[in-house]
Design a protein around this ligand. Structure first.
Ligand code: GUN
Length: 283
């Protein structure tokens, strides 16, 4: 079997077009959806990420404001700035780019964002809402993965989904989303005794570890759907995921590529959360 590709770029384009339509509708009501992005320090990767977030927003008609602060900004000043953004009715979404400088407590910073504006979905209130099935904001990466699974028309009910990785921003929320769709979910991690025994049973595998070749051909059930969240470099310096793409493609039914898979969908889902935040405020 040769797996079919789930094209993240193509799907993200459709999602952005949908967001652009919803943005137009709000603008027609006199509301300009706005995302405030806060960047503290000079982390090179973060600078690239926020540039993309601003460009994506503007492309879909959302207003994005980027606030940049020096790495030696005090945490108190950052918290004060977040409180001001919470109180600013023209701002619908707030994103504080991570990682923050080491002298800051990231959890305290994130918990300061008003849950109604937490478009990253990192606040404990957002995590709790996802867990109990209440409305909230879902973290963009697992939300994008779910959209990719939906895009192939797979009914997750009763399927066995194996999530590899237990991070707060991907693995755990991914498991909750799959559970919310009535999948039988197994969460695997670095201490899992026999990963292959688990993945061989999986109808869906989401690999979110951050390590090359975590999932190889011999570990995949024929026809399975494989979602690769990884972003790594191979020995030649080329971008690659957690999945051995060439090998697993011979066995899986569907697979997401890296690059061009989950990455563009993560970016697109931030726009979805932002327009959603603006719509909820508008009523
Ligand atoms: N740093 C790397 N990815 C992300 C993200 O999705 N959101 C935020 N806030 N920071 C990040």
């Amino acid at each position: 079997m040769t797996a079919q590709i789930i094209d993240g770029n193509a799907l993200a384009k459709r999602v952005r077009a949908e967001v652009a339509g919803r943005t137009e509708a709000l603008k027609a009501r006199g509301i300009q959806p706005q995302l405030a992005i806060v960047l503290v320090g000079e982390d090179p990767a973060s600078q690239v990420y926020v540039k993309h977030k601003v460009a994506d927003s503007e492309q879909t008609g959302l207003k994005a404001t980027l606030e940049r602060y020096p790495a030696d900004m005090s945490e108190a000043d950052l918290l004060a700035r977040i409180h001001a953004l919470n109180d600013d009715a023209s701002v619908h979404g707030i994103l504080v780019q991570l990682p923050l400088p080491r002298h800051m407590d990231s959890a305290r910073v994130i918990e300061t964002i008003a849950p109604a504006k937490d478009v990253d979905g990192f606040h404990v209130a957002s995590a709790g809402a996802l867990m109990v099935g209440q409305p909230g904001f879902w973290p963009c990466t697992p939300y994008g993965c779910l959209k990719m699974i939906d895009s192939i028309g797979l009914d997750l009910r009763g399927k066995h989904a194996v999530v590899i990785g237990r991070s707060n921003i991907v693995g755990k929320p991914m498991a909750m989303m799959l559970l919310g769709r009535d999948a039988t979910v197994t969460i695997c991690h670095s201490r899992t005794a026999d990963l292959k025994a688990m993945t061989l049973q999986a109808d869906v595998v989401v690999a979110a570890v951050g390590k090359r070749n975590v999932l190889t051909k011999d570990m995949v059930k024929p026809g399975a759907v494989v979602i690769d969240v990884g972003m790594n470099r191979n020995d030649e310096g080329k971008l690659c995921g957690d999945v051995d793409f060439a090998g697993v493609s011979e066995v899986a039914g569907w697979i997401t590529p890296v690059p061009g898979g989950v990455g563009p969908m993560t970016r697109a889902m931030l726009l979805v959360n932002t327009i959603e935040a603006a719509e909820r405020t508008a009523g």
